[in-house]
Design a protein around this ligand. Sequence first.
Ligand SMILES: [Fe+2]
Length: 326
Amino acid sequence: MSGLDEQNQNNYHPIYFRTIRPNTRVPFDILIKSDNEFEVCFEKGSIIDKEDFKKLADNNSIAHIKNSDRNIYRSYILQKISKILNDPYIENQKRAEIAHMLLTNTAEHLFEKPNEKYVNLFISTVSAVADFILNDEESIYNLIRQTNFEFKISIHSVNVGIFATGLAKISLHLDNQYNMRNIATGFFLHDIGKCKVPYSILAKPTALAYNEWKILKNHPIEGHRILNEFNVLTDEISTIVMQHHERRNGKGYPMELRGNKIHIYSKICSIADAFEALTTGRPYKKSISSFEAIKTIKKEMMDEFDPKLLKQFILLFSKAQMLVKN
Ligand SMILES: [Fe+2]
């Protein structure tokens, strides 16, 4: 690649053409590369009719946008997320990639700056993804394959959200879309209270002092308070946020609930949460493989979790071939 080509390439960003919705106004230029040149094929503000859309989509054209329009493009597909995730012409794996990118992006904004706008944006993204998981058999497995294990609260929230929604789908046999949206939202927001815990406590490489431990243990209550303030609490979200650290043996927190006093949604979330914590490195501990994590939970934590749910969780991961991959 010549210097000029490289410069050109760096100025543009490839997009998947089918994410553009026909008959909608496109708020950025769309360019097509031919003979190493980028040509504007649709100007910002134009509406792509169905015929033009079909021609380009059928050709599998690699469309590009200007790098400076990337945020506008992201907002555009965020607005169209339900349509994109329901589009049978886009292969499921591609839709899962898009869903994962939007979840990660909206979670990052929310955890950096928790406010009403970002929480509502995140909730509408999660709701669309919950429908995607509920409506299509393959979705959850493709989403699980997208997860990456990095120590960051936003990434942890997305990972736990995906694992727990998958487990809820196979163990609760839900057929009510709205219920699933609320339950999934609870999973994805379970740790929102941690944005009030200082990073020095979250990442402390040595044992926490009594006061630090007290602050950390308060994050379910803090999360509930934040979501109440934003006026987005439902019964499902409230239960999951408050109870995700309760344990079957009564040794959890903040209320030290025992056995069936813990709601099944929270039991689901706690398995996904513990698994994610083991498979993701922390500044104070190394990550272990999915296989090792399941083994550790079975060997050392069986009295903390619901055995039937744990069995189904293992099934979910075997099917996603995560255990094989690791
Ligand atoms: Fe937590």
